[in-house]
Structures are given as C-alpha cells and as structure tokens.
Design a protein around this ligand. Sequence first.
Ligand code: ZN
Ligand code: ZN
Length: 778
Amino acid sequence: MITKNEILNEFKKNPEKFWKVKIFDEEGFKRKVCKICGKGFWSIEELEVCPEHKPYEFIEKKVTKSLDYVKAWKLFQKFFEENEHEVISRYPVISRWHPQLFFTIASIQDFQRIEGGKLFFEYPANPLIVPQVCLRFNDVENVGVSGRHLTSFQMTGQHSFNDGSPKAYWKDECIKLNFDFLTSVLKIPKDKIVYVEDLWAMPDFSAFGPCIEAYTLGLELVNNVFMEFSYRNKIVPLEIKVVDVGWGHDRLVWFTQGVPTVYDAIFPLTLKNFLKRVGIEKDKELLKVYFANTSKLDVENVLDLKEAQINLIKELGIDEKDFETKIFPFEVAYAVCDHVRTVCFAVADGALPSNTGAGFFLRTLLRRVWNLMEKVGMEIELEKVAEWLALEFHKVFPELKEYLKDVQTILNVEKRKFEESKKRISKIIESWISKEVSEEEAKKLYQTHGISPLLLKEYGVKVKVSKDFLERISQKRLKVEKEELEFDLSGIPATKILYYEEPEVYEFKAKVLKMFGDWVILDKTAFFPFQGGQHWDEGYIKDSKVLEVRKVGNVILHKVDTIKFEEGEEVECKIDRERRNVLKINHDAIHLINGAARKVLGNWVNQHGSEVGIEKSRLDITHFENLSEEQIEKIEKLANQIIEKNLNIKKFWLERNKAEKTYGFRIYQGGYVPSKMVRIVEIEGFDVEACSGTHGNSTKDIKLVKILKTKKIADDTIRIEIVAGEKALEYLKEREKLLKEIAEKLRVDEKEVPQKIEEIFNEWKSLRKRLKDVRRTI
Ligand SMILES: [Zn+2]
Ligand SMILES: [Zn+2]
C-alpha cells in the first residue's frame, strides 16, 4: 500500500499543479517553504515558517466584528446562499446508517456510501452547505484544559460535486469564494491570511487529493480538500471530483471575539448561568494570562498534561493555590458545558448512554462531568445546563429544544445509575492505585465494569494504552446474518425476486438452475428467505417440500426434503399461504410496537434487533430499564388503537437521499444499511422504517397485538415478546378458559376471583400462625 508521505512527495514535485489557484497570483500570494517542517505555504507577508509553529495571535485582538454563534451562522448562510449554495439540515451525530462508524466525524460522511468496497457520493443538492455537528472523543482529556478542544463541534461542510452540473466548481472558484468570505464579510486583512499546502486521504486511499488550509493569526479556520484521485495499484482520477471544505464554525466564532478560550465564545450564556449558580467569581486578568498560553498544552496523557500544566503555571508566575481555586473550576465549567452539549445532540438524535458501543462514549463523558464537579465541590443538575444550552443554540439547532425533555430524562436516569455504581467502581479503581494498568487489563476493566482508561487516569492510576484504545476496542461491527452455507456460487446469476413486486403471488413457475445436495437454486422465486430477523417461507417446489430458504449474496437457496426434479427443469412452485400470512402480520406488529414504544417511552427508543417468527415474535428496543405494567399497557393500547384505525401499510422503493429527506434518519432501525435505493415500509401517519421484510396492506389485518412479557437483556436493551393476529386471539381465549376454570373451582364469579384468592391466602396465613402457636404450647 502507498503511504501519505509518498503521495505528498510526489505532489511536491509540482506544487503549482496541485495547490496553486488563480487568486494567489491576482492577490499577490507567493509560495514559500517552511524552514521547520518543509511544508509549502502561500502568503503575502514575507514569512519563514508556516503558521503551525506559531502561537495564537488573535486573542485579545480586534481583527473583525465580534459575532456570536447564531449571528456568525446567519452571515455565513447568507453569503453562501447568495453564491448559489443550497443550505441543508445537518445529519444525525449518530451515524446509524454507517456500517463502521458510531459517530459523524466529518460533514462529507453524510454523502458517502460504500458498497462492494467502492465509494459512492450521493447528495441532495449541489453545491451545498451543511451545519454538520461532529463528535470526536480522542481528545477528551484536553477539553476544558487546552482552551480549544471540544467533543462536539460544528463543521460547516461546503461541498461541490463535479458531476457535470453547471453550478459545480473546483479549486480556483472554491478558494476565491472562501477568500471573499474571509476578506469581505469577516473583513480580515488579506495579508493576515496564510494558505498551507497538505494532502488529505481516506485511510484506504479510496479517495484523496491536495488540501489547502487557511490560517489567520495562528488559527486554522478552514480546510479546503480537493478529492480528485483514488489509489488502485496506481494513482487514478476519481469519476467525480469533490470539493470537501470544512469550516470550523466554533473556531470562526472564537476568532471574531478574540476571547481567551473557544468555550467563552460559543456558549457564553450557558457559562454565565452556570458560574452564577455554582457561585464562582471570575478573575478576568488571571484567566486571560493563563488561557492565552494554553495552546502549549496538548499532550497525550494526563500525567504529562499535569506536568505541563505545572510548568506553565511556574512559567507564568501563577501561584499554585490560585490555580486550584481560580483556574481549575473554570476548566471544569468549560468541560461540563462541552460534554453536556455533546450528550444533548446525541440523545436528541436517538442515542442512549450505555456500557457498550456509541452509548459508552456518552456515559464516559457524563461520568467525567460528575467526577470533576465533585472534585471542586460544584453542585448543579445537568438538566439545567441542558436547558440553557437549548436556549443558546435553538436558533441553529431547534432539535435541542424540541427534545429537551428527553435529554433531561436521560440525564436524570444516568445520574441515578452513576450513584448506584459509584461505590463499586471506586473500590475497583482503588485496588489499582499503586499499580500500572496495561492495555490488556484496561480492556478487561472496560468490558466487564465499564471503566474507561480516562476514568482511571482521573483517579490518578497510571494507564498504558495507545491513543486510539477506545476507538479500537469499541469498534462497530456490522451485523451480518450468519452465512454458514458455503457453496461455490460463482457464475450463478442473481435470483429474480418476486416477493416484493408481486406480494400476492403464491404460485409460480421457475427453472431449476442448480442444486447442491438438497439445496435448490431457481432462476426466480417468490419464497422469502430468512432476512432481517424474519423467518422464511415454506411450501413446495414441484412435489418437494421446502424446509428452509436462505439468501447468500444475491442468490436465494431453497432446502427441500427430497429432490423430485432435475437441473434445467421447469417446475411449479407453491408457497404456504397461511405461514406467509402469519409472518406478514407479525412483522407488521413488530413495527407497530416499535413505533408505539417510542411514543410512550421517549425519543431514545430504537429497534436494536428483532425476530419475526410463527408462534411468537420479539423486538429488542433501546431503553434504560425494564418496562412497568403501566408502560406495557400503554404501548399495547396505542398499538391496538392503530390496528382499529385501519391505516394503510405502504411499501415502496425510494432513492436514499429522498427517503432521508422525507422521513428522516429514523428509518434506519435495527442496523439497516442503506443502498442506493431504500425499501420503505410506512404505516401511514404512524411509523416509517426502511425494511426488507414482507408486510400486509392494512393495520386492520393484524387484528390484535398482545405483549407477552418484557425483560431487560442488557444495560440499554429491553426485549419485548409479542403475539399478533389469530395467535393473539387464541392466547386470550386460553387465558379466558383458564380464568373460567379457576372461578369454577373456587365457586365464585370470575370478577370475584382476586378477592377470593386473597381471602384464601389470608386464611391460610392465620391458620399457619395458629399452628405455630399450638406447636409452641405443646
Ligand atoms: Zn511548518
Ligand atoms: Zn421490519
């Protein structure tokens, strides 16, 4: 495999070709080479080194008009709208549609899809800008400390896809546009702008290209990436060249204000309220002196970070006690606001803190917050902080206000869980205090107790893990249905599928293409295979009974009891109508219960998994505690009301972008990975999901749905077992029969059964007592 440096060195042989744009000549930017790192850069001023080696020069300097978060976004939006860009809404921070990533980490991710190892770009407008909130957890320890690190930030994506559309643009126009925004809207003097040459690449080099980073007074404001190549044994041009510009909105706001930290710039109102509530006085001078110099603090682990901090305090002549009482509480306040903001976005987008997966990162953040606050003796409900943040950001992100109640519920539940586990966790951590935790041990602590290296470090435990530890051990794995069938299917064409386009076809003719033992491949089929948790269809191929149906790649295989035909023969096929019907109704019921559970419980409810069977079906949802009788009743009632309403169930294919735009990202339930076309199952006016199963036409056909039982199967997962249709009616009839029998045995009316049982129970208790007394006297 080629390396980034090899490509960069190749590009450097011809910098004019890869990095030079028209405006450099027009405005007098000249190329230089950095004396320290050897990078090329373009500036008007005579400079010897690139801006990466310089401290921030914008703090306490009035270069431009001071803008708050919302104002800056409005200005930005207006400028790009006037320049023919469409503004689209952000995508969720939890990238449920992405097979490898938990979180959205860059705006371009919204428009990428990988299928068969190939990268596709799919976009709803062109060119466009998107206020994409991104989550990153590799620098959590630095948040609050460095004055500039954040776990969530707005990367405003500016994207142009060169697919031949007339408004698309490339390097010259892109840098010109951005230069105009910086100089004419923000009024930054052009001689204060430096453009640095670099290379950007996907880890697998499926896309890469030159990038031009724009710096002003030591701060990188925007990275202009030009994806134009792909590497497949050699460098080849991409089919569509893509402009991928990322503006750091939080930094932009910070830059215009020139305040000591990015936190003071982006959530000043929340901070103000927070400081007032916890009663901290602001020593403005001291904070300014300290935070203007924290750009020097950016180290890998907390031990070094502490040491670096001590050195910095000494260097600046700050008293250690002053640091503890006047600076450290501010670091905590900053971290609290940042971490809670991240959790707000994630929960609004349907995530839940937990011990595994994406939720683990959220739990880690919240526990860090509570630990830090405890250290400095702050007491405040995070629900309040979430409310202030919603007020501060709702003009750009209305969802923070819309889902505030949900967020507050989750914060409350998490606090309770934290308190419950605190003793146990601190006991475990204490046993490690004087030891050093290795990578293997850290992994065990994480997997069995949910203790992250970060938490260990906060307790002062030495931890030796690599920087990407958390990312590696919590890596998202694509849920792949078990493919224990191993056949050589090369050369066999994709099976033509009939069950979607002609769902009412129960009898059809097909040609036998190939047989592997008792497994049969037809040229086309209406037999539904085991897929998305739904069980397969049964029936007959000629006179052979179909026992099982599986899908491997795009070929469908039917297992039969005995072979009664030959390869090449045309055969009559017949599907067990009743079985199909039961599966169809049960699958409808699963969607119904999923939708009802979200409406009754909260926005964090998503389908975690499901199994659609014959006798009963199960649905696993994300929720933090087992359901109460009242909640079960409510969910059941709502689901049965929808059945009564006789709503249409529509099934259709939609282009991915259109589906997302129309129905939102909620459609990706249960790990559905989007392809170019997405199959939508819509219970009209109630629930919409992307789903590959078979479904009925109306909710009325479900007749009845009954929840049999619920069980907490993981920290964040509740299993719900249901029956629907005839089976549900049968279930009720059986119960009725049972009750009748009991009533008969007790010789009372059915209504009087509970009272009678209580009477008998009390009688039995007093008899037992009397018996005891009698025994004692004997
Ligand atoms: Zn340099
Ligand atoms: Zn489904």
